[in-house]
Design a protein around this ligand. Structure first.
Ligand SMILES: Cc1cc2nc3c(=O)[nH]c(=O)nc-3n(C[C@H](O)[C@H](O)[C@H](O)COP(=O)(O)OP(=O)(O)OC[C@H]3O[C@@H](n4cnc5c(N)ncnc54)[C@H](O)[C@@H]3O)c2cc1C
Length: 278
């Protein structure tokens, strides 16, 4: 149908981004192609060394999935998105396709080996998440293409992760967020991925912060270096959520805290995480 209707058609998933944009007249599609009645597009499963999420899987289904909980950063992310109403409607596929600079999913997924499966009239293709998201609200998807699945490689043994979002209230986007996924070898951080949210046009990988941690014991000194590197990587804009300087300081603090929680989880300690409210 998308191929037949052309550029003026938009797919409708949970409607939690598209409908507000239509109400504001920022989006005015001539046709909506409702994905809600396509069978077999909502699932969470572990298969072929990856956690697989059908594009139409709601945030709430992921929040409540024991399969997703095996990678705690995914549960942190799903459980912290907006409020119950939004989580019951909004989908992981819609979030990734929307590429909202303030969206939570891309930040958490950026720290894992994540692939986006796309389907269109010319067949299927799989795109690594960092290549899939091109810019704010911009992806590699063609107008007649759909996201069909998000696949996350199961992290190595000894891994742990955490996603922390700082919010003014539940039904608003975060002021800043940080995702950390690391692998420990005893007390040493063997590998790590760090992503920052709401402080740039897309999720930002804080590569210098990662370099500061890799091969090191996680001491207060190293944490401070990593947090400072994350602050430097952030490129936020001032808005009603805070000044650019405020967001930089905030994201540095979130990174530090997320590293500590990720390391505790990597050692097998169960640590509960929720969104942090102002
Ligand atoms: C009050 C409120 C608060 C919110 N707070 C947060 C928050 O804190 N964090 C957060 O991350 N999000 C938040 N959201 C957004 C929410 O997570 C949305 O669910 C999500 O951004 C979009 O998913 P959706 O399924 O609703 O997509 P839709 O709104 O239906 O679609 C979004 C866009 O993606 C396209 N699309 C949808 N599915 C596909 C697909 N399978 N393939 C190709 N294109 C597709 C649509 O055409 C549209 O352009 C909030 C929304 C509201 C209303």
């Amino acid at each position: 149908m998308l191929a037949q209707l052309g550029d003026e058609a938009r797919p409708l998933a949970g409607g939690q981004s598209l409908l507000p944009l239509m109400k504001l007249r920022f989006a005015n599609p001539e046709h909506l192609v409702d994905l809600n009645f396509i069978p077999g597009t909502s699932y969470v499963k572990k298969e072929g060394g990856a956690l697989r999420f059908g594009a139409m899987t709601r945030h709430a289904e992921i929040e409540n999935s024991s399969v997703a909980a095996s990678v705690p950063i995914l549960h942190d992310c799903a459980a912290g998105i907006a409020d119950v109403q939004v989580r019951n409607r909004g989908t992981i596929g819609g979030s990734v396709a929307e590429a909202d600079p303030s969206g939570d999913w891309a930040v958490a997924l950026m720290t894992l080996a994540t692939e986006v499966r796309c389907i269109g009239k010319n067949g299927e293709r799989t795109v690594a998440l960092p290549e899939f998201i091109q810019d704010a609200y911009t992806t590699v998807l063609a107008a007649d293409e759909l996201v069909s699945e998000i696949a996350v490689k199961v992290p190595a043994k000894g891994s742990g992760g955490a996603y922390l979002a700082f919010k003014r209230a539940a039904p608003v986007y975060a002021t800043a967020s940080a995702a950390v996924q690391l692998t420990m070898d005893g007390n040493t951080c063997k590998d790590v991925a760090i992503a920052l949210g709401c402080v740039g046009l897309t999720a930002i990988r804080a590569k210098d912060a990662e370099r500061a941690l890799r091969g090191q014991e996680i001491t207060e000194k190293i944490l401070a270096v990593a947090a400072e590197a994350a602050r430097a990587a952030a490129d936020p804009q001032a808005d009603m959520r805070g000044s650019a300087e405020y967001k930089k300081t905030l994201v540095a603090g979130l990174v530090k805290r997320a590293i500590q929680i990720a390391a505790r989880r990597a050692s097998g300690e169960p640590v509960e995480v929720g969104a942090i409210y102002a």
